[in-house]
Design a protein around this ligand. Structure first.
Ligand SMILES: Cc1ncc(COP(=O)(O)O)c(C=O)c1O
Length: 386
């Protein structure tokens, strides 16, 4: 079988397992309303938790940035792509997070893929939660360190793995808020384990930054964690409403990441229009507490309405805007998504390999841009769709 025939065969297999992914073309965006094939859908599928992605203040900042700096950064930050706007953003991020230094990456996936191999290598050890995001897994693999996967949030298993390890460098890595489950990792206990076993702790706060902690400072601030062993990575593509990511922590570690992360060194910097939008976003994240309050109210309303209603599915006990409704089979999850779609709601079905086999789910993603009537409509549609 030649290569093309074997790829066609693999695509057929995806179809047969109902695992072939399709993109829908979004024709217009108006807050939480997305137009698809001429029809306006109420969306619970994006990660715009604070409702900032369409904010006019961010759009104006991006326009000013484009007028001043153009739309392309032209080179790696280490050549000539690091403008005064990038520099200001990094200083403002570090101040906001209360950490010594922050480094801005053009996206979150490459940040982790570059970060892990910069921190550990052959002969070292990575301890990785079983439900970690794909980019942490890929970063760990690329590092060539030995990988120890511990069952999700299982501190006793992590403790035992660390105790048995004789590698010179140990790195614990975890999503801070799990992207498909919405739960928060037991970070204080993990940091204590890192201290006891002389390890570093890297947290990926893609879904906690902007949402958790005082002023939206994220999961580490939520637990009031401070330690030179703690490395915080966060994405700016979700609650911050734009694009990119940061790595923040001890200044020596961040400097080393800048010297060694190949995805930082050998990639063009993000355009300064994006960093300008992010600087505006940071100010709104800090100032507008009502956005987080509204998110919490939406989550409570959903739980009050759906918990215990087994016919609808099993709503996980998530304290964050990620509210997964476990359905089970792939086909059933797709059918439920289709039933909601017919009612004008866009709630994505998430299937393996993104989530474990048999746990296909509707990933409901709440936003401060939703109003109470939107959440009520979702609850009604879920009830009608079974
Ligand atoms: C936990 C986690 N880390 C990293 C990323 C990658 O971030 P980005 O989309 O900015 O590349 C994502 C999501 O997309 C994520 O959910």
């Amino acid at each position: 079988m030649n290569l093309l025939a074997s790829i066609a065969h693999q695509l057929d297999a995806l179809d047969n397992a109902q695992l072939r992914r399709k993109r829908r073309v979004v024709e217009a965006v108006r807050g939480t309303r997305l137009t698809v094939e001429g029809r306006e859908m109420l969306a619970f599928c994006g990660n715009d938790y604070l409702g900032l992605a369409q904010h006019p203040v961010l759009a104006e900042a991006a326009q000013r940035g484009a007028a001043q700096w153009g739309v392309g950064a032209t080179a790696s930050p280490l050549v000539c792509g690091h403008t005064a706007s990038h520099e200001s953003l990094e200083l403002e991020l570090a101040r906001f997070l209360g950490l010594p230094r922050a480094l801005y990456f053009y996206a979150g996936f490459p940040a982790n893929v570059g970060l892990l191999p910069a921190l550990v290598g052959r002969g070292d050890a990575v301890f990785s939660d079983a439900l970690n995001h794909a980019c942490l897994i890929d970063g760990a693999r690329l590092s060539r360190a030995q990988i120890h996967v511990f069952p999700h949030a299982d501190l006793a298993a992590l403790d035992a793995q660390l105790a048995a390890c004789t590698s010179p460098r140990k790195l614990i890595v975890t999503d801070a808020v799990f992207s498909m489950d919405g739960d928060i990792a037991p970070l204080p206990e993990m940091l204590r384990l890192a201290e006891r076993h002389d390890a570093l702790l890297l947290i990926d706060d893609a879904h906690g930054f902007g949402v958790l902690g005082p002023g939206g400072r994220g999961s580490a601030a939520h637990f009031d964690l401070r330690s030179p062993r703690l490395i915080v990575m966060g994405t700016l593509s979700k609650a911050a409403g734009a694009a990119g990511a940061f790595v923040a922590g001890d200044a020596r570690i961040v400097e080393w990441v800048m010297q060694r992360a190949r995805s930082y060194i050998f990639a063009t910097a993000a355009p300064a229009m994006v960093t300008e939008a992010l600087r505006a976003s940071l100010r709104l994240i800090e100032a507008e507490e009502w956005r987080r309050e509204r998110l919490r109210a939406h989550a409570k309303r959903l739980h009050d309405a759906l918990s215990g209603d087994a016919a609808i599915g099993r709503l996980l006990d998530s304290p964050t805007p990620i509210q997964p409704l476990i359905i089970g089979g792939n086909g059933e999850a797709l059918d439920r998504m289709a039933a909601l779609w017919r009612q004008g709601l866009w709630v994505p079905a998430i299937r393996p390999p993104t989530v474990p086999e048999g746990t296909a789910r509707l990933r409901i993603s709440l936003s401060a841009a939703h109003d109470d009537a939107d959440v009520a409509q979702l609850i009604e549609a879920l009830r009608a769709g079974v």
